[in-house]
Ligand binder design. Structure first.
Ligand SMILES: C[C@H](O)CC(=O)C(=O)O
Length: 336
C-alpha cells in the first residue's frame, strides 16, 4: 500500500494544551499557526485539551477562551484547515455554533469508544450545515475490532465523513492497531485517521502500522507535545513517511523550522516517557491521568502501582478523576 497520499492533522495546539495545563497564549497560537500553514500541514487542531467548551475547574481553566483561540488560529491558517475536538456534554451545542461562525473547517465529535450514540446528533447537525465531520472513538484499546466497527458504523450512518481511532492510553501495539484499522478501513469505505500516544514508545510505530492498514490521516504533534508522554512526533513520522515514499503536502524543511520555534517558545519541557506514563500505559489508563495519579497517590500515601491496578480493574474512561480519589481514599483506609 505504498505511495499513497497521507494527510497530517497537527494537534499540537489542542493535545499540547494538556501538556501546559491549557495555558497556551495568543502569541504562541498565532505564530504556531503561521508556521504550520507555511509548512503545508493539512489540518491544525486548536483548543482546550479536552475540546471545545471544556475550560472549567473540572478540566482546567484555559488561559485563552475558545472563541479567541479559534479566531486567532483562523486569521493565521490561510491554507491549513482549522479543526476542533468536541465531546458532547463537555462542550455545548452553542460552542459548535460559535466554531461554525468563526469558520472552523473540520469538526471532530468524540465519545468513549463504546458510547458513540452521543455523537449522532452533533454529527447530523454539522453535516446539515455542510461541514467536514469525523467521529472520534476515544480509549480505543477498550473495545475489540468488532465493537469498534459497530460504533463507527453508527457514526457513519449519522453522516460522519471519517473515523478517528484514538489510543488515548498509549496502550496499543502495532499488531492490534493493524487489526483494528484494517477492519474499519475494509468495512466502512470512509476515511480512517489514527491518533497515538507514546506511553510505551510505540506512537510512531503505531502510526506507521495504521497507515499500512489503510489510515489516510495521522494525528501528530510537534516534538510529540501532548498529554502524558505525548503523541506521535510530527517531524519524526513525516521523515519516516518520506523515506517510505508516501506523498504528503507537508514540507519537511519548514516543519523543522516550526519545531525550532516550538522548542524555544512553546514547549517548556519536552515530553518523555516517565515511569508514571509507562504505568498508566500498561494499565490502559487515560494518559492525561499521569500527573494526577502521582499527586493523589502521594497525598493519600498509597502505592502508585497498586493504585493504577485498582483503577484499571474499575475500567476507567477519560474524565473520571473522581474515581481516582475514591480508590486512593479506600486504599488509605484499607478497604479492599
Ligand atoms: C480528550 C482527549 O484528550 C482526547 C485525546 O486526545 C485522546 O483521547 O487521546
Amino acid at each position: 500500500m505504498k505511495h499513497k497520499h497521507i494527510s497530517l492533522s497537527d494537534c499540537s495546539l489542542r493535545d499540547g494544551n494538556h501538556a501546559v495545563k491549557h495555558q497556551l497564549n495568543v502569541e504562541q497560537i498565532a505564530n504556531y499557526c503561521k508556521g504550520a500553514d507555511r509548512a503545508g500541514l493539512d489540518i491544525v487542531e486548536v483548543g482546550h485539551g479536552y475540546g471545545l467548551g471544556a475550560s472549567s475547574s473540572a478540566f482546567g481553566v484555559a488561559k485563552v477562551d475558545d472563541e479567541t483561540m479559534l479566531s486567532v488560529a483562523r486569521e493565521n491558517c490561510k491554507t491549513s484547515k482549522l479543526g476542533i475536538h468536541f465531546v458532547p456534554g463537555v462542550g455545548k451545542h452553542s460552542d459548535l455554533d460559535m466554531a461554525i461562525e468563526i469558520g472552523v473547517d473540520v469538526f471532530r465529535i468524540a465519545s468513549h469508544c463504546t458510547e458513540s450514540n452521543i455523537t449522532y446528533r452533533p454529527i447530523q447537525y454539522l453535516k446539515a450545515k455542510g461541514k467536514m465531520v469525523y467521529g472520534v472513538l476515544i480509549m480505543s484499546h477498550m473495545a475489540d475490532a468488532e465493537r469498534l466497527l459497530k460504533e463507527a458504523s453508527g457514526m457513519k450512518a449519522a453522516g460522519a465523513d471519517g473515523i478517528v481511532l484514538m489510543d488515548s492510553a498509549g496502550y496499543s501495539t502495532p499488531d492490534v492497531v493493524s487489526e483494528k484499522v484494517s477492519v474499519l478501513h475494509e468495512n466502512l469505505g470512509i476515511t480512517i485517521a489514527y491518533h497515538a500516544h507514546n506511553n510505551l514508545g510505540l506512537a510512531v510505530a503505531n502510526s506507521i502500522a495504521a497507515v499500512e492498514s489503510g489510515a489516510e490521516i495521522i494525528d501528530a504533534t510537534i516534538k510529540g507535545f501532548g498529554a502524558g508522554s505525548g503523541n506521535t512526533q510530527l517531524e519524526a513520522v513525516v521523515a519516516v513517511f518520506e523515506r517510505y515514499g508516501y506523498e504528503m503536502n507537508v514540507k519537511f524543511k519548514d516543519l523543522v523550522n516550526l519545531s525550532l520555534y516550538a522548542e524555544s517558545n512553546i514547549i517548556s519541557s519536552v515530553p518523555d516517557i516517565k515511569a508514571i506514563n509507562i504505568m498508566t500505559g500498561m494499565h490502559g489508563l487515560f494518559t492525561g491521568y499521569g500527573t494526577y495519579v502521582q499527586k493523589v497517590s502521594s497525598d493519600f500515601g498509597v502505592d502508585i502501582f497498586d493504585l493504577c491496578e485498582r483503577l484499571a480493574s474499575r475500567k476507567l474512561v477519560a474524565s473520571q478523576e473522581d474515581i481516582i480519589l475514591e480508590e486512593a481514599s479506600k486504599m488509605a483506609k484499607g478497604v479492599v
